[in-house]
Design a protein around this ligand. Structure first.
Ligand code: GLN
Length: 313
């Protein structure tokens, strides 16, 4: 695929089709910032490898990246732990690579599978990634913010109100962490791991920044803005594979079927994705479907990959 249409026009047309779909979803109850709670927030950005940006809507409004942070934490863990065997690192003995088919905060599977989470894109898997990061980083959330800022070409923030609210309400995450500790799959103090996870979910970025930041995964692991190798090509491919198969929770099959590109969603309504060798993409609309993915975001991505004929399949 090469992008040979007027993308600015295409994005405007898609926004018109996608925006009304938001009415079918519900905003997640535990969000805090006004932007994250506004069901009418909508933004869509496509950033090409040469830096050309196509945008529509509220693309410069920051919102909590929530579960999209799981991509950055996984990348950081793979960076820190890259070995000659590449993917053979201890991380992959402690977390799987299979879609869960269960909600992102489910405890049931974890009990059956002896504390080994299905994949790093669900909460339990992200907690294991954070446990690994604690071994390698002095301040894991700060390292994630540094990575995200470098990739986004600008400073990204953190919403302390979200940290506080989720710190108080994250009972299921704590339950998962204790359960995994009981199986020996969490080595650090639960409160420390939870703190890292809570802070990474509260990182705020704009739609434009996220579309820029994800591009290296569409470019064999090299940030096209700086030429910096973020991950080796084989590892970048693995991250994209996990996004495709697990990045939208138990709607991952539906997204593969309908959208057909690696993507990762968050409960504030963002979904970032990649058009291999072409562009980074991000869409944001807070109302969610039952699995926790943005309804209008799903429609927008489906329209984009259909119009550009850019499904990877
Ligand atoms: N902070 C949210 C949680 O832990 C993130 C989940 C998500 O975006 N799916 O429940």
């Amino acid at each position: 695929m090469t992008i040979d249409v007027d993308l600015d026009e295409v994005l405007e047309e898609i926004a018109e089709v996608a925006r009304p779909a938001a009415a079918q979803g519900k905003v997640a109850p535990y969000l805090r910032s006004a932007a994250d709670l506004d069901p009418d927030s909508f933004a869509f950005a496509v950033v090409e490898m040469d830096g050309t940006e196509h945008v529509t809507g509220d693309v410069d409004v920051p919102f909590a990246i929530q579960s999209m942070s799981k991509v950055f934490s996984l990348v950081l863990a793979m960076q820190k732990a890259e070995t000659a065997e590449g993917v053979g690192h201890e991380l992959w003995r402690r977390v799987g690579r299979e879609p869960s088919g269960d909600p992102f905060n489910s405890l049931v599977q974890l009990e059956h599978e002896r504390g080994i989470p299905r994949n790093p894109m669900i909460n339990a898997g992200a907690l294991v990634v954070d446990d690994v990061l604690t071994d390698h980083c002095e301040d894991a959330p700060a390292s994630m913010i540094e990575l995200a800022s470098a990739l986004a070409g600008g400073t990204v923030g953190i919403d302390e109100a979200v940290v506080e609210a989720e710190g108080r309400s994250g009972h299921r995450n704590k339950a998962m962490a204790y359960l995994m500790s009981s199986f020996g799959n969490l080595t650090h103090v639960v409160d420390d791991v939870i703190e890292t996870y809570t802070r990474q979910c509260a990182v705020t970025m704009t739609t434009r920044q996220l579309a820029r930041a994800v591009r290296f995964l569409a470019n064999d692991g090299v940030d096209p803005a700086t030429g910096e190798v973020i991950l080796s090509a084989p590892l970048a491919r693995r991250v994209a594979a996990v996004m495709l198969t697990c990045g939208t929770y138990d709607s991952a099959g539906e997204f593969a079927f309908d959208v057909g590109i690696p993507c990762k969603s968050g409960v504030a309504g963002g979904i970032m994705g990649l058009l291999p060798e072409e562009a980074g993409v991000c869409v944001w609309s807070p109302p969610l479907e039952e699995s926790g993915n943005s309804v209008a975001g799903h429609v927008a991505l489906r329209e984009l990959t259909t119009r550009l004929d850019s499904s990877v399949f």
